[in-house]
Ligand binder design. Structure first.
Ligand code: FAD
Length: 453
């Protein structure tokens, strides 16, 4: 059986691993990657920019030589241009030899991902207006962070990718401004109770945070020298744009069912409208359990879970089990703070037209008598729940102590459709070296239920 995979990122990597572990050498696997570098891991970009990983060659999910098996071919500089659904062939352009060839498939797995948005404003083609994704941009940004003539960096977009860019730039000794069109940083990830803490912290660390600012133009002749916004003009030496993504699916138009913004529509088995063609990863709409609908969620975790499901059921025409959907969880360090979030928040709930109530709980991690200097950190938990059934639909945790694993407990609660009552009573451990007589999430749920924890 010939299996072709498009894209050598998380979805493509997980597909190879699953194919080999489930079907061994009974499948012939060919992976096409348009880029030169195989499997750059953008999730590791900040580590590279901050010199925690020094060799860019290591910032990847896999190297082609990790798959020496005879039935695996991994071809870089090979862009898949079209799918012929009747002859079951893909047309592939080799950008090194300039040749175009056709390859047969029995099964085709698409994981072509997304590309970062360049803002549609004047000056977006200027030198020094960069994007934050992939190998090429990573190495370019790194060079600028090491260039002493670059004094000031402006980051456009204060989502988690923008925050990573801003923090890495600040740690490289640059003056940094971060801009967002909405009214607070990380506003699509966290509610104001938590973003207030982080915004203050970003400012303490010397980052200029400008919100509710619409970018009007990047100014300069060849190089950018200023960013003009609806609020003010910021002089700068480098712009890093981290303002959303769009799917790499133009080449699928007319063949594969896409939504009006280009995201790939699949059925509950992650099959596209074309037989034997499956899609996973950032380019797809994924069923969100808490949103109760299909939405785009750009996370490596999602691509990997989808790929695992697709390969597991690859040879079942109608799989016995539909793909169960996902929750969407992510974590981030913001200088001295660590946060993690799972499922919905007020912003994403509103976007998905899901009614949620929220509750905010703040306390000390350990019993009150443990002094702060002995690690009794302040901790914050936010819960989002259905006001009628109390089903937990989202949550976030934040502290200067690393409590991010608690968000995985929330993820499980959301995925299993547990209620506040379940979480309030869940039998979690207590040991004063770690937590209070009741665990943090018990207390947060009890408070959400109107009890005095
Ligand atoms: P992508 O990573 O988008 O890759 C698609 C690949 O397909 C690309 O290599 C592209 O060149 C190739 N391609 C596209 N079209 C074609 C074609 N026609 N022919 C051949 N090849 C093609 N997620 C997390 O879960 N945790 C994190 O901490 C995290 N941090 C991140 C930090 C940054 C800075 C960024 C940018 C992203 C981060 N993500 C994180 C998101 C994560 O990187 C993505 O969710 C994940 O990479 C998606 O994988 P994918 O397989 O869908 O495709």
């Amino acid at each position: 059986t010939k299996v072709i995979i498009v894209g050598a990122s998380h979805g493509g990597h997980q597909s190879i691993l699953e194919l080999l572990s489930r079907y061994g050498d009974n499948v012939e696997i060919t992976l096409f990657e348009a880029g030169d570098f195989i499997s750059f891991m953008s999730c590791g970009m900040e580590l590279y920019l901050e010199n925690e990983v020094t060799d860019v060659q290591d910032v990847r999910n896999f190297r082609p030589e990790n798959f020496p098996q005879e039935n695996v071919s991994i071809l870089n500089n090979h862009e898949v241009k079209a799918i012929n659904t009747t002859t079951k062939k893909v047309t592939v352009f080799n950008s090194v030899s300039n040749e175009t060839k056709e390859y047969d498939y029995d099964k085709l797995i698409l994981s072509s991902g997304v590309k970062p948005n360049a803002l549609p404003v004047p000056g977006n083609e200027l030198e020094n207006v960069y994007l934050m994704r992939g190998y090429d941009w990573a190495t370019k940004i790194k060079a600028k962070l090491e260039d002493p003539t670059v004094k000031h960096v402006t980051v456009v977009g204060a989502g988690y990718i923008g925050i990573e860019a801003a923090e890495a730039s600040r740690k490289a000794g640059k003056e940094v401004t971060i801009l967002d069109v909405i009214d607070r940083p990380l506003g699509t990830y966290l509610d104001p109770e938590l973003t207030d803490i982080l915004e203050k912290h970003l400012k303490e660390k010397g980052i200029d945070v400008i919100t509710s600012a619409k970018i009007q133009a990047f100014e300069g002749k060849e190089k950018v020298v200023a960013v003009k916004t609806s609020k003010e003009t910021i002089e700068t030496d480098l712009v890093i744009q981290a303002a959303g993504v769009k799917p790499n699916t133009e080449w699928l138009k007319g063949t594969i069912d896409l939504d009006d913004r280009g995201w790939i529509n699949t059925n509950e088995y992650l099959q596209t409208n074309v037989e034997d063609v499956y899609a996973v990863g950032d380019a797809t709409l994924v069923y969100s359990i808490p949103a109760r609908k299909k939405v785009p969620i750009a996370l490596a975790t999602i691509a990997r879970r989808q790929a695992r499901y697709v390969v597991k059921h690859l040879f079942e025409k109608v799989p016995a089990q539909p793909f169960g959907g996902l929750v969407g969880s992510s974590a981030l360090n913001v200088f001295d703070y660590h946060f993690a979030t799972s499922g919905l928040n007020s912003f994403t709930a509103d976007k998905a037209s899901v009614e949620v109530h929220s509750s905010y709980y703040e306390d000390t991690l350990r019993p009150k008598y443990v002094p702060n200097e002995h690690g009794n950190h302040s901790v914050s938990v936010q819960l989002f729940f259905d006001p009628y059934t109390h089903q937990i639909l989202g949550g976030a945790v934040l502290s200067t102590y690393d409590i991010t694993a608690q968000a995985n407990v929330l993820a499980l609660a959301i995925q299993q459709k547990l209620s506040l009552e379940d979480l309030a009573e869940a039998d979690f451990f207590f040991q004063p070296g770690f937590d209070r007589q009741w665990s943090l999430l018990n207390l947060a749920a009890q408070q959400a239920l109107g009890e005095e924890p």
